[in-house]
Design a protein around this ligand. Structure first.
Ligand SMILES: Nc1ncnc2c1ncn2[C@@H]1O[C@H](COP(=O)(O)OP(=O)(O)OP(=O)(O)O)[C@@H](O)[C@H]1O
Ligand SMILES: [Mg+2]
Length: 331
Protein backbone atom coordinates (compact mmCIF):
# COMPACT_ATOMS: atom_id res chain seq x y z
CA UNK A 1 0.00 0.00 0.00
CA UNK A 2 1.51 3.40 -0.90
CA UNK A 3 2.41 5.67 1.94
CA UNK A 4 -0.17 8.45 1.80
CA UNK A 5 0.94 11.92 2.78
CA UNK A 6 -2.61 12.88 3.61
CA UNK A 7 -5.34 11.05 5.43
CA UNK A 8 -5.72 7.95 3.40
CA UNK A 9 -5.83 6.99 -0.21
CA UNK A 10 -8.12 4.01 0.20
CA UNK A 11 -11.27 5.70 -1.06
CA UNK A 12 -9.81 6.14 -4.50
CA UNK A 13 -8.75 2.51 -4.74
CA UNK A 14 -12.18 1.08 -5.61
CA UNK A 15 -13.63 0.96 -9.10
CA UNK A 16 -16.43 3.29 -8.02
CA UNK A 17 -14.03 6.25 -7.92
CA UNK A 18 -12.82 8.58 -5.19
CA UNK A 19 -16.03 10.14 -3.96
CA UNK A 20 -18.57 7.37 -4.41
CA UNK A 21 -20.12 6.65 -1.01
CA UNK A 22 -19.50 3.15 0.24
CA UNK A 23 -21.90 1.91 2.87
CA UNK A 24 -20.57 1.50 6.38
CA UNK A 25 -21.45 -2.18 6.33
CA UNK A 26 -19.58 -2.93 3.12
CA UNK A 27 -16.44 -0.96 3.85
CA UNK A 28 -16.36 -0.90 7.63
CA UNK A 29 -17.32 2.37 9.27
CA UNK A 30 -13.70 3.17 10.02
CA UNK A 31 -10.46 1.61 8.84
CA UNK A 32 -7.13 2.95 10.06
CA UNK A 33 -3.81 1.51 8.94
CA UNK A 34 -0.29 2.36 10.06
CA UNK A 35 -1.26 5.80 11.34
CA UNK A 36 1.62 8.03 12.41
CA UNK A 37 1.73 11.63 13.58
CA UNK A 38 4.50 13.58 15.28
CA UNK A 39 4.50 17.10 16.65
CA UNK A 40 8.16 18.13 16.53
CA UNK A 41 9.99 15.54 18.61
CA UNK A 42 6.80 14.17 20.17
CA UNK A 43 5.47 11.05 18.49
CA UNK A 44 1.76 11.30 19.23
CA UNK A 45 0.54 8.37 17.10
CA UNK A 46 2.98 5.62 16.26
CA UNK A 47 1.66 3.09 13.77
CA UNK A 48 -1.93 2.56 14.90
CA UNK A 49 -4.43 0.22 13.18
CA UNK A 50 -8.15 0.34 13.97
CA UNK A 51 -11.24 -1.35 12.53
CA UNK A 52 -14.77 -0.36 13.39
CA UNK A 53 -17.98 -1.68 11.85
CA UNK A 54 -21.54 -0.36 11.85
CA UNK A 55 -23.32 -1.02 15.13
CA UNK A 56 -20.07 -1.38 17.06
CA UNK A 57 -18.51 0.68 19.82
CA UNK A 58 -14.73 0.88 19.92
CA UNK A 59 -13.13 2.41 23.00
CA UNK A 60 -9.65 3.89 22.81
CA UNK A 61 -8.39 3.67 26.36
CA UNK A 62 -5.19 5.28 27.50
CA UNK A 63 -3.49 7.75 29.82
CA UNK A 64 -2.96 11.47 29.23
CA UNK A 65 -0.92 12.13 26.14
CA UNK A 66 -1.40 8.61 24.74
CA UNK A 67 -2.46 10.01 21.37
CA UNK A 68 -6.21 9.43 21.61
CA UNK A 69 -7.35 12.92 20.63
CA UNK A 70 -4.77 13.12 17.85
CA UNK A 71 -6.02 9.82 16.44
CA UNK A 72 -9.64 10.93 16.61
CA UNK A 73 -8.91 14.31 15.04
CA UNK A 74 -7.06 12.66 12.15
CA UNK A 75 -10.06 10.38 11.59
CA UNK A 76 -12.34 13.42 11.64
CA UNK A 77 -10.16 15.06 8.98
CA UNK A 78 -9.05 17.94 11.22
CA UNK A 79 -5.38 16.91 11.24
CA UNK A 80 -3.39 15.32 8.41
CA UNK A 81 -1.28 12.33 9.48
CA UNK A 82 2.41 12.03 8.61
CA UNK A 83 1.70 8.62 7.13
CA UNK A 84 -0.87 5.86 7.17
CA UNK A 85 -4.36 5.61 5.77
CA UNK A 86 -7.80 6.42 7.13
CA UNK A 87 -11.11 5.48 5.58
CA UNK A 88 -14.26 6.91 7.14
CA UNK A 89 -17.43 5.31 5.76
CA UNK A 90 -15.28 4.30 2.80
CA UNK A 91 -14.17 7.90 2.20
CA UNK A 92 -11.05 9.93 2.72
CA UNK A 93 -11.79 12.38 5.57
CA UNK A 94 -9.59 15.11 4.05
CA UNK A 95 -10.27 14.77 0.32
CA UNK A 96 -13.97 14.01 0.84
CA UNK A 97 -14.45 16.18 3.89
CA UNK A 98 -17.88 17.56 2.94
CA UNK A 99 -19.33 14.13 2.28
CA UNK A 100 -17.74 12.75 5.44
CA UNK A 101 -18.82 15.64 7.71
CA UNK A 102 -22.46 15.25 6.70
CA UNK A 103 -22.42 11.61 7.80
CA UNK A 104 -20.41 11.72 11.03
CA UNK A 105 -21.00 13.24 14.44
CA UNK A 106 -18.16 14.86 16.31
CA UNK A 107 -17.90 15.66 19.99
CA UNK A 108 -14.65 17.47 20.59
CA UNK A 109 -12.69 17.22 23.82
CA UNK A 110 -13.45 20.47 25.64
CA UNK A 111 -16.49 21.35 23.56
CA UNK A 112 -16.47 24.08 20.92
CA UNK A 113 -19.51 26.30 21.14
CA UNK A 114 -21.03 29.75 20.89
CA UNK A 115 -20.72 30.85 24.54
CA UNK A 116 -23.57 33.39 24.40
CA UNK A 117 -26.13 31.12 22.73
CA UNK A 118 -28.77 29.39 24.83
CA UNK A 119 -28.53 25.61 25.07
CA UNK A 120 -31.75 24.96 23.18
CA UNK A 121 -30.84 27.46 20.45
CA UNK A 122 -27.47 25.85 19.98
CA UNK A 123 -28.97 22.43 19.44
CA UNK A 124 -31.57 23.85 17.03
CA UNK A 125 -28.74 25.47 15.10
CA UNK A 126 -26.89 22.18 14.85
CA UNK A 127 -30.11 20.47 13.75
CA UNK A 128 -30.60 23.07 11.02
CA UNK A 129 -27.40 21.85 9.32
CA UNK A 130 -28.91 18.42 8.84
CA UNK A 131 -31.38 17.32 6.16
CA UNK A 132 -33.12 14.88 8.50
CA UNK A 133 -32.33 15.77 12.11
CA UNK A 134 -33.53 14.08 15.25
CA UNK A 135 -36.10 16.04 17.24
CA UNK A 136 -33.95 18.46 19.31
CA UNK A 137 -36.56 18.59 22.09
CA UNK A 138 -36.49 14.82 22.40
CA UNK A 139 -32.70 14.80 22.55
CA UNK A 140 -32.65 17.56 25.19
CA UNK A 141 -35.01 15.51 27.29
CA UNK A 142 -33.07 12.24 26.82
CA UNK A 143 -29.92 13.96 28.04
CA UNK A 144 -31.62 15.61 31.01
CA UNK A 145 -31.19 19.13 29.61
CA UNK A 146 -34.79 20.37 29.56
CA UNK A 147 -34.36 22.55 32.62
CA UNK A 148 -31.43 24.42 31.07
CA UNK A 149 -32.81 24.84 27.53
CA UNK A 150 -32.90 28.63 27.98
CA UNK A 151 -29.58 28.91 29.82
CA UNK A 152 -26.66 30.45 27.91
CA UNK A 153 -23.95 27.93 27.10
CA UNK A 154 -21.31 29.67 29.22
CA UNK A 155 -23.54 29.39 32.30
CA UNK A 156 -24.05 25.63 31.95
CA UNK A 157 -22.10 23.38 34.29
CA UNK A 158 -19.22 21.43 32.78
CA UNK A 159 -21.27 18.23 32.70
CA UNK A 160 -24.21 20.04 31.06
CA UNK A 161 -21.91 21.54 28.42
CA UNK A 162 -20.60 18.06 27.70
CA UNK A 163 -24.12 16.69 27.30
CA UNK A 164 -25.07 19.54 24.99
CA UNK A 165 -21.97 18.87 22.88
CA UNK A 166 -23.03 15.25 22.68
CA UNK A 167 -26.54 16.27 21.63
CA UNK A 168 -25.05 18.45 18.88
CA UNK A 169 -22.91 15.53 17.70
CA UNK A 170 -25.95 13.25 17.48
CA UNK A 171 -28.74 15.48 16.23
CA UNK A 172 -27.84 14.96 12.54
CA UNK A 173 -28.36 11.16 12.75
CA UNK A 174 -24.72 10.34 12.03
CA UNK A 175 -23.65 6.89 10.82
CA UNK A 176 -20.40 7.18 12.74
CA UNK A 177 -19.76 9.26 15.86
CA UNK A 178 -16.49 10.30 17.43
CA UNK A 179 -16.79 10.95 21.13
CA UNK A 180 -13.63 12.24 22.80
CA UNK A 181 -14.04 11.59 26.51
CA UNK A 182 -17.79 12.01 26.34
CA UNK A 183 -18.42 11.74 30.08
CA UNK A 184 -15.45 13.69 31.43
CA UNK A 185 -16.62 15.90 34.28
CA UNK A 186 -20.09 14.34 34.50
CA UNK A 187 -21.71 13.12 37.68
CA UNK A 188 -22.83 9.51 37.97
CA UNK A 189 -26.42 10.22 36.90
CA UNK A 190 -25.44 12.19 33.79
CA UNK A 191 -22.88 9.54 32.91
CA UNK A 192 -25.59 6.89 33.01
CA UNK A 193 -27.85 8.94 30.71
CA UNK A 194 -25.00 9.21 28.23
CA UNK A 195 -24.17 5.52 28.48
CA UNK A 196 -27.80 4.64 27.78
CA UNK A 197 -27.89 6.92 24.77
CA UNK A 198 -24.65 5.48 23.35
CA UNK A 199 -25.98 1.94 23.82
CA UNK A 200 -29.12 2.90 21.96
CA UNK A 201 -27.10 4.39 19.09
CA UNK A 202 -25.22 1.13 18.83
CA UNK A 203 -28.52 -0.75 18.72
CA UNK A 204 -29.59 1.50 15.85
CA UNK A 205 -26.51 0.49 13.84
CA UNK A 206 -24.43 3.60 14.49
CA UNK A 207 -20.67 3.04 14.77
CA UNK A 208 -19.08 4.77 17.76
CA UNK A 209 -15.42 5.55 18.42
CA UNK A 210 -14.98 6.86 21.92
CA UNK A 211 -11.97 7.70 24.00
CA UNK A 212 -11.87 7.33 27.74
CA UNK A 213 -9.65 6.98 30.77
CA UNK A 214 -12.31 4.93 32.49
CA UNK A 215 -12.25 1.17 32.34
CA UNK A 216 -15.81 0.87 33.64
CA UNK A 217 -16.97 3.11 30.81
CA UNK A 218 -15.18 0.97 28.24
CA UNK A 219 -16.58 -2.12 29.90
CA UNK A 220 -20.13 -0.81 29.93
CA UNK A 221 -20.16 0.34 26.33
CA UNK A 222 -17.49 -1.13 24.12
CA UNK A 223 -17.52 -4.13 21.81
CA UNK A 224 -13.78 -3.77 21.46
CA UNK A 225 -11.25 -1.93 23.57
CA UNK A 226 -7.90 -0.78 22.26
CA UNK A 227 -5.48 0.26 24.98
CA UNK A 228 -3.01 2.81 23.67
CA UNK A 229 0.10 4.26 25.20
CA UNK A 230 2.59 6.58 23.52
CA UNK A 231 0.64 6.28 20.30
CA UNK A 232 0.86 2.50 20.15
CA UNK A 233 -1.58 -0.33 20.77
CA UNK A 234 -0.46 -2.14 23.91
CA UNK A 235 -3.43 -4.48 24.25
CA UNK A 236 -6.82 -5.01 22.68
CA UNK A 237 -9.83 -7.27 22.87
CA UNK A 238 -13.39 -7.36 24.05
CA UNK A 239 -13.90 -6.05 27.59
CA UNK A 240 -14.45 -9.66 28.67
CA UNK A 241 -11.15 -10.80 27.20
CA UNK A 242 -9.30 -7.93 28.79
CA UNK A 243 -10.85 -8.31 32.22
CA UNK A 244 -10.33 -12.07 32.18
CA UNK A 245 -6.75 -11.29 31.42
CA UNK A 246 -6.86 -9.01 34.43
CA UNK A 247 -8.64 -11.52 36.64
CA UNK A 248 -5.54 -13.51 37.52
CA UNK A 249 -4.90 -13.50 41.21
CA UNK A 250 -1.51 -12.57 42.53
CA UNK A 251 0.10 -12.99 45.92
CA UNK A 252 2.03 -10.27 47.67
CA UNK A 253 3.91 -10.60 50.92
CA UNK A 254 6.55 -8.87 53.00
CA UNK A 255 9.69 -10.64 54.25
CA UNK A 256 13.39 -9.84 54.76
CA UNK A 257 15.14 -8.62 51.63
CA UNK A 258 17.24 -10.89 49.46
CA UNK A 259 15.39 -14.21 49.86
CA UNK A 260 16.66 -16.80 47.36
CA UNK A 261 13.61 -16.59 45.12
CA UNK A 262 15.27 -18.44 42.24
CA UNK A 263 14.91 -21.47 44.51
CA UNK A 264 11.21 -20.75 45.12
CA UNK A 265 10.68 -20.47 41.38
CA UNK A 266 11.96 -24.02 40.92
CA UNK A 267 9.46 -25.22 43.53
CA UNK A 268 6.46 -23.42 42.04
CA UNK A 269 4.51 -24.84 39.05
CA UNK A 270 5.68 -23.56 35.65
CA UNK A 271 3.02 -20.82 35.21
CA UNK A 272 3.99 -19.07 38.43
CA UNK A 273 6.88 -16.85 39.29
CA UNK A 274 8.05 -14.85 42.25
CA UNK A 275 9.96 -11.58 42.14
CA UNK A 276 11.11 -9.09 44.75
CA UNK A 277 9.17 -6.09 43.44
CA UNK A 278 10.60 -3.66 46.01
CA UNK A 279 13.13 -4.38 48.73
CA UNK A 280 11.40 -6.78 51.10
CA UNK A 281 8.18 -6.88 49.03
CA UNK A 282 7.54 -10.07 47.10
CA UNK A 283 5.07 -10.68 44.30
CA UNK A 284 4.02 -14.11 43.09
CA UNK A 285 2.21 -13.91 39.76
CA UNK A 286 -0.05 -16.61 38.35
CA UNK A 287 -3.57 -17.67 39.25
CA UNK A 288 -2.91 -18.24 42.95
CA UNK A 289 -4.50 -21.46 44.18
CA UNK A 290 -4.68 -22.66 47.81
CA UNK A 291 -1.93 -25.14 46.93
CA UNK A 292 0.42 -22.46 45.59
CA UNK A 293 -0.24 -20.30 48.64
CA UNK A 294 0.70 -23.28 50.83
CA UNK A 295 3.86 -23.90 48.79
CA UNK A 296 5.00 -20.31 49.24
CA UNK A 297 4.38 -20.26 52.98
CA UNK A 298 5.99 -23.72 53.41
CA UNK A 299 9.07 -22.49 51.53
CA UNK A 300 9.25 -19.47 53.86
CA UNK A 301 8.87 -21.77 56.88
CA UNK A 302 11.75 -23.96 55.65
CA UNK A 303 13.90 -20.82 55.61
CA UNK A 304 12.60 -19.90 59.08
CA UNK A 305 11.27 -16.68 57.56
CA UNK A 306 8.03 -15.09 58.71
CA UNK A 307 6.09 -13.76 55.71
CA UNK A 308 3.75 -10.94 56.75
CA UNK A 309 1.10 -8.84 55.02
CA UNK A 310 0.14 -11.77 52.83
CA UNK A 311 -2.43 -10.65 50.33
CA UNK A 312 -4.08 -12.57 47.52
CA UNK A 313 -5.84 -10.16 45.19
CA UNK A 314 -7.32 -10.11 41.73
CA UNK A 315 -5.51 -8.00 39.23
CA UNK A 316 -7.62 -5.28 37.72
CA UNK A 317 -7.28 -4.04 34.18
CA UNK A 318 -5.50 -1.05 35.65
CA UNK A 319 -2.86 -3.42 37.05
CA UNK A 320 -2.49 -5.03 33.64
CA UNK A 321 -2.21 -1.58 32.11
CA UNK A 322 0.43 -0.61 34.66
CA UNK A 323 2.41 -3.74 33.83
CA UNK A 324 2.20 -2.96 30.13
CA UNK A 325 3.03 0.71 30.29
CA UNK A 326 4.49 1.45 33.70
CA UNK A 327 1.97 4.27 33.95
CA UNK A 328 -1.39 4.73 35.57
CA UNK A 329 -4.49 5.27 33.50
CA UNK A 330 -5.70 8.26 35.47
CA UNK A 331 -6.89 11.70 34.47
N1 LIG B 1 -0.92 20.50 18.28
C1 LIG B 1 0.02 19.90 19.01
N2 LIG B 1 1.26 20.41 19.08
C2 LIG B 1 2.23 19.81 19.78
N3 LIG B 1 2.05 18.67 20.48
C3 LIG B 1 0.84 18.11 20.47
C4 LIG B 1 -0.24 18.69 19.73
N4 LIG B 1 -1.33 17.92 19.89
C5 LIG B 1 -0.95 16.90 20.69
N5 LIG B 1 0.34 17.00 21.03
C6 LIG B 1 1.11 16.05 21.86
O1 LIG B 1 0.88 14.76 21.36
C7 LIG B 1 0.74 13.82 22.42
C8 LIG B 1 -0.61 13.14 22.32
O2 LIG B 1 -1.61 14.08 22.64
P1 LIG B 1 -3.16 13.74 22.60
O3 LIG B 1 -3.89 15.00 22.88
O4 LIG B 1 -3.47 13.05 21.33
O5 LIG B 1 -3.28 12.71 23.80
P2 LIG B 1 -4.59 12.14 24.54
O6 LIG B 1 -4.41 10.66 24.61
O7 LIG B 1 -5.81 12.65 23.88
O8 LIG B 1 -4.43 12.74 26.00
P3 LIG B 1 -5.58 13.20 27.07
O9 LIG B 1 -6.00 11.94 27.77
O10 LIG B 1 -4.83 14.10 27.98
O11 LIG B 1 -6.68 13.86 26.33
C9 LIG B 1 0.95 14.60 23.69
O12 LIG B 1 2.29 14.46 24.09
C10 LIG B 1 0.64 16.04 23.29
O13 LIG B 1 1.36 16.93 24.08
MG1 LIG C 1 -7.38 13.76 24.56
Amino acid sequence: MPDAATAGNGASAGPAGPSAPVTATAAGALTVRGLRKSFGDVVAVDGLDLDLRAGEVLALLGPNGAGKTTTVEICEGFIAPDSGTVQVLGLNPVADSDAVRSRIGVMLQGGGAYPGARAGEMLNLCAAYSADPLDPAWLMSELGLNSVARTPYRRLSGGQQQRLSLACALVGRPELVFLDEPTAGMDAHARLLVWELISRLRGDGVAVLLTTHLMDEAEALADQVVIVDRGRRVASGTPGELTRRGAERELRFTAPTGLPIAELNTVLPPDYSCAESDPGRYLVTGDISPRVLAQVTAWCADLDVLATDLQVASRSLEDVFLDLTGREMRE
